[in-house]
Design a protein around this ligand. Structure first.
Ligand SMILES: Nc1nc2c(ncn2[C@@H]2O[C@H](COP(=O)(O)OP(=O)(O)OP(=O)(O)O)[C@@H](O)[C@H]2O)c(=O)[nH]1
Ligand SMILES: C[S@@+](CC[C@H](N)C(=O)[O-])C[C@H]1O[C@@H](n2cnc3c(N)ncnc32)[C@H](O)[C@@H]1O
Ligand code: SF4
Ligand code: SF4
Length: 329
């Protein structure tokens, strides 16, 4: 029985205020989508109401680039949260601008937020996210604290583990869950965004990290689940959980439940396979009847199992014309 495809990751913008080494390294020349090519709020709502919701999509995640750079992000949240069919609305952000925006986002109806935090050391953090001067770790930490205070729950922290860069911090990051109701997820580095860095260092198997945690504190299965691919565990007695997103060492494509919509309206059936993409913005703007657009998307949903990524065994991925920041992770 194929999985139900009901989760849409919506990238609001392909720009970012960070330059994470593993995603959009400094110095790399990226062609950004022109602002007039962004799907407008009206176009996004039209697609949700007339295409995605009728096809059974009810769970939505706003991502980017950095979604908080999108000027109308609060209005977008309010509009999607107000749709009666929305069963879940979440955001993935680097949290640099979150301290100022957390309350407005919460009031607009956002309840769940995943934040990238690759290091607890401001110097290492700055090395990972790029930029000079005072580390931007402090604003991010402030953003996380504010989100917690405002009431976002579950609050998840995403850590991309880069061998030789932040892997020595894994235990300290896992320890955040002991006293706080936070959910720390370790993500295996994927070779999309910075092939050179990946080539040198590769990824660390989730099981190796689990074993370190098990040896120190013990580890049991946790009941808390998200919509995504994380396997979730808990240190006995901890308030939060530790999750593992193991796209390199373990395959979760057989439970894939999602598609991705880029800021300029390209619908992408699989993160790691460029086959089958369709430009919904262009269909919309050329007046294609909504029934026809819906049929095109319904067809993609039907054939998604054939498109889903299958080259995992080789341990390498293809070359991609769009990187993670452009797709939304
Ligand atoms: N290969 C692959 N990786 C994914 C997929 N979905 C999420 N990921 C990875 O998991 C990371 C974190 O995802 P999030 O944006 O936090 O979303 P999520 O894990 O789906 O969210 P929850 O609903 O909270 O479980 C992404 O940046 C990717 O690295 C997917 O479909 N395929
Ligand atoms: C592309 S970012 C967009 C949202 C936001 N800017 C952020 O960083 O949370 C979404 C997620 O992709 C992850 N990511 C980016 N490049 C990656 C890579 N090469 N391998 C694994 N995860 C990656 C990030 O860590 C982040 O959790
Ligand atoms: S991971 Fe997120 S914060 Fe880092 S460069 Fe990519 S889009 Fe920006
Ligand atoms: S790689 Fe493709 S098929 Fe596999 S989980 Fe990610 S989006 Fe789904």
């Amino acid at each position: 029985m194929p999985n139900r495809i009901d989760y849409l990751r919506i990238s609001l913008i392909d720009r970012c205020n960070f330059r994470c080494q593993y995603c959009m390294p400094e110095g790399e020349d990226l062609a950004y989508v022109r602002q007039q090519d962004w799907l407008t709020l009206d176009e996004l709502l039209t697609l949700l109401k007339a295409v995605f919701i009728p096809l059974g999509f009810t769970r939505f995640r706003l991502t980017g680039g950095e979604p908080l750079l999108r000027p109308d992000v609060v209005e977008i949240v309010r509009a999607i949260a107000a749709l009666p069919e929305t069963a879940d609305l979440a955001m993935t952000t680097n949290a640099f601008l979150l301290a100022d925006k957390a309350a407005a986002l919460y009031q607009a109806g956002l309840r769940r937020i995943n934040i990238s935090l690759d290091s607890l050391d401001p110097t290492i953090f700055q090395q990972i996210v790029g930029g000079r001067g005072r580390s931007r770790w402090y604003e991010v930490w402030q953003g996380i604290q504010t989100a917690h205070r405002v009431g976002f729950a579950p609050l998840k922290l995403n850590v991309v583990v880069i061998p030789g860069v932040n892997d020595h911090e894994v235990m300290e990051l896992a320890a955040l869950t002991l006293e706080r109701e936070w959910h720390v997820r370790f993500i295996e580095f994927m070779p999309i965004g910075n092939g050179a860095l990946f080539g040198e260092k590769g990824w660390i198997d989730s099981e190796a990290i689990r074993q370190q945690i098990r040896d120190r504190w013990g580890l049991v299965d946790a009941a808390v689940r998200g919509n995504g691919p994380a396997d979730v565990f808990q240190i006995p007695g901890a308030k939060g959980t530790v999750g593992f997103i193991s796209q390199m060492s373990e395959c979760f494509c057989d439970r894939c439940n999602r598609m991705r919509l880029s800021a300029d309206g390209w619908l992408r059936p699989c993160l790691l396979n460029e086959i089958g993409q369709v430009n919904l913005r262009s269909l919309l703007r050329t007046g294609t009847p909504m029934t026809e657009i819906r049929d095109r998307v319904a067809h993609l949903v039907d054939i998604k199992p054939e498109i889903n990524y299958k080259q995992r065994e080789s341990g390498t991925l293809g070359t991609y014309s769009r990187t993670m920041s452009q797709i939304g992770g």
